[in-house]
Write a protein that binds this ligand. Structure first.
Ligand code: NAI
Length: 378
């Protein structure tokens, strides 16, 4: 059978650092080899060696756009597709029509919105993630982003690089996190871990908006309060962090209409998926001053990845010349996370080939139905 992996080019970094498992050079899976070398001391367990020893064909490429891409050429007869959310091969409805042999999509990481999940349901193609593999990595990045926005860190560092020194320029827009209201849209694995990590900062209130309430004890452990109406939720928050998957119910959720309900000067951190926020509306709010005053928008996810060079959120700043903490999509792909998701991919493949049951938490789409409740209420 053919196993197709769409990974990203790692260049010199990947050659020098074998633990960059999501790269073509380290063949993520075979890269998985390296990961497992690192963590479990089984150098022979490379994905390429593993797959080829079972007689499977293993194709690895970063070429994913257009009809001549390796992705589109090989998807027609691949049985298993491995992708990462960091350099997503977008498996659209059109491509599903051509993918006649496809039975399993494995996301090396968390977040499978690059696969048309409704089509997967229709076509009886299973979709698995390595749930939990990088949630701590993202939660840490969220806390860092909240702090760098609140402390006006990016302009401060840029000032130092320029050779300038004007403390008041930075301090006029630097605040403490203590005493602020922070809310998460989505209180699943990442959202909850963000709340946990914020507890010692003595925020005024920790809020969450999710269609499922946390268990009473779980909410109590972090002293989090649920707000059921989204407009009311955002209007109470000084800082909003987005931690829900991208699906029909969250695409464009943060748009001009909702932004009007944000507090003036609010901060928005989005490490979930770029398309949850309308980029033009966020940029306009930032420029107009609605998200202004303090910094404003940070995160690592973009509506198209890689983000085009002229993407509006690469450069938009607030009226004080700050307010942008955007980085490439890497919060969930620290070397620690890569080792975990590489191991998880291997385990999903082993279960698939041997017919062992999959870990239920990894199944997003099972045979003909959604198994996860996180991708919208159905
Ligand atoms: P999870 O499945 O544990 O939690 C998601 C939560 O969002 C669930 O509690 C669900 O009920 C809630 N939710 C879904 N739709 C909602 C809506 N319309 N409004 C409010 N809440 C809603 O998922 P996890 O592990 O916390 O990951 C969340 C997302 O974070 C992933 O789907 C992915 O898009 C993103 N992510 C980003 C990474 C990065 O590197 N930037 C890495 C890992 C995940």
């Amino acid at each position: 059978m053919k196993v197709l992996a769409i990974l990203y080019k790692g260049g010199d970094a990947a050659t020098a650092e074998p633990r960059l498992l999501g790269t073509v050079e380290n063949e993520a899976g075979a890269s998985i080899a390296q990961g497992i070398i690192g963590c479990l001391m089984f150098p022979q367990l490379g994905l390429r060696q593993y797959l080829e020893s079972l007689g499977h064909e293993y194709i690895v490429s970063d070429s994913k756009e257009g009809p001549d891409s390796d992705f589109q050429r090989h998807i027609v007869d691949a049985e298993v597709l491995i992708t990462t959310p960091f350099h997503p091969g977008y498996l659209t409805a059109d491509l599903f029509e051509k993918a006649n042999n496809l039975k399993l999509c494995v996301t090396a990481g968390v977040g499978s919105d690059h696969i048309d999940l409704n089509c997967a349901v229709e076509k009886h193609v299973q979709v698995m993630e390595v749930s939990g593999s990088n949630v701590v990595s993202v939660a840490e990045h969220v806390v860092m982003s909240i702090l760098l926005l609140a402390r006006n860190f990016v302009p401060a560092h840029e000032m130092i690089e320029r050779g300038d020194w004007q403390v008041s320029e930075i301090a006029r827009n630097a605040f403490d996190l203590e005493g602020k209201v922070v809310g998460t849209i989505g209180a699943g694995r990442i959202g909850y871990r963000v709340l946990q990590r914020l507890v010692p900062f003595d925020c005024k209130d920790l809020l969450y908006y999710d269609y499922y309430p946390l268990l009473e004890d779980t909410a109590k452990a972090v002293n989090a309060r649920r707000v059921e109406n989204l407009e009311e939720f955002v209007s109470q928050c000084d800082i909003i962090t987005v931690n829900c998957p991208l699906h029909e119910g969250t695409r464009g959720l943060i748009n001009a209409g909702l932004l009007r309900h944000f507090k003036k000067g609010a901060y928005l951190v989005n490490t979930a998926r770029g398309a949850i926020c309308n980029k033009e509306d966020v940029a306009a709010a930032l420029k107009s001053g609605h998200l202004n005053g303090k910094c404003s928008y940070a995160g690592d996810v973009w509506d198209v990845q890689p983000a085009p060079k002229d993407h509006i959120l690469r450069t938009t700043k607030n009226s004080l010349g700050g307010g942008n903490g955007m980085v490439p999509h890497y919060s969930g792909t620290t070397l620690d996370a890569q080792a975990r998701y590489a191991k998880g991919v291997r385990s999903i493949l082993e279960n698939y080939f041997t017919g062992e049951p999959q870990d239920p938490q990894n199944i997003i789409v099972g045979l003909g139905k959604y198994e996860s409740t996180s991708y919208g209420q159905r």
